[in-house]
Design a protein around this ligand. Structure first.
Ligand SMILES: CC(C)(COP(=O)(O)OP(=O)(O)OC[C@H]1O[C@@H](n2cnc3c(N)ncnc32)[C@H](O)[C@@H]1OP(=O)(O)O)[C@@H](O)C(=O)NCCC(=O)NCCS
Length: 228
């Protein structure tokens, strides 16, 4: 199994990867149902909601439970998988480990095959999806996408920059053989732009007037990381 061969921490009650210095007290681990309430509180914060969901409609308990249930199943399947390469990362919940042994849920980071939501033409999108999904795990041509959010109590400390770096270097490169990863963000999301640029992503495309956000048509920026 991939989980038996990976260099992941095991001194917590589940496997994890650890952020680089100076955030070694922060880990990325498998999804936990006990994080539902914290995730609802964080995602419903106006500093997070519109950037993540592209809406100001509240993130409901039912939606959070169903999301975490789904990513938990995906994570279990990834950890149990036989074979050389994984088709995603089993670790996504970002937790801060406290000196007293407790931990706090800080956010989420996920990687999966691209869903090509930046492509507005349905036929072109279908064709890209079919082509990308037909590739076998570990194929260098697969295009992945990432998404993330962090509790506003912890913004601006370099945590998501470190989390993305850990995800890339400790999992996506060695365990997924990732060569192309995309990320999209709405105009005005300077925090996310900073995280991406600090990890080597570059702006490849702008989709003008992509969607309505706060009553205005907003541009979508498409960033991409390619393995050198
Ligand atoms: C985007 C987000 C994850 C960034 O996490 P973070 O841990 O605060 O980011 P970092 O501290 O690693 O910052 C990375 C860079 O961006 C800059 N940055 C961060 N927030 C910023 C902001 N609001 N405005 C301008 N620059 C910002 C930082 O200064 C840093 O650059 P520096 O090291 O040169 O100073 C966080 O703001 C968030 O959760 N936002 C809401 C959800 C979201 O936007 N998700 C992504 C959807 S595409």
């Amino acid at each position: 199994m991939i989980s038996d061969r990976c260099q992941v921490g095991r001194d917590f009650d589940r496997p994890y990867i650890c952020l680089p210095e100076p955030h070694t007290n922060i880990i990325i681990t498998t999804p936990r149902m006990e994080d539902v309430d914290s995730s609802i509180r964080i995602v419903n914060d106006p500093r997070v909601l519109k950037w993540v969901l592209g809406t100001t409609s509240p993130y409901t308990t039912a939606r959070a439970e169903s999301w975490i249930e789904g990513v938990k199943n995906t994570s279990n399947a990834l950890l149990a998988k036989e074979g050389t390469f994984a088709d995603g990362c089993p670790f996504r919940h970002i937790l801060e480990l406290k000196p007293d042994g407790s931990c706090e849920f800080l956010g989420d980071i996920g990687i999966s095959r691209s869903n090509w939501t930046d492509i507005l033409d349905p036929k072109e999108r279908r064709s890209l999806l079919d082509e990308n999904n037909s590739r076998v795990d570990g194929d260098e041509g697969i295009v992945f996408q990432i998404g993330y959010y962090l509790s506003p109590t912890h913004h601006g400390r370099g945590i998501m920059t470190g989390a993305l770096s850990a995800l890339l270097n400790q999992w996506a490169i060695p365990r997924m053989n990732a060569h192309r990863i995309k990320a999209t963000l709405f105009h005005g999301n300077f925090g996310s732009r900073g995280v991406l640029m600090k990890n080597g992503f570059v702006l490849i495309r702008t989709v003008q007037k992509y969607t309505e956000l706060d009553g205005e048509m907003t541009d979508l920026f498409v960033f991409e990381w390619t393995r050198s």
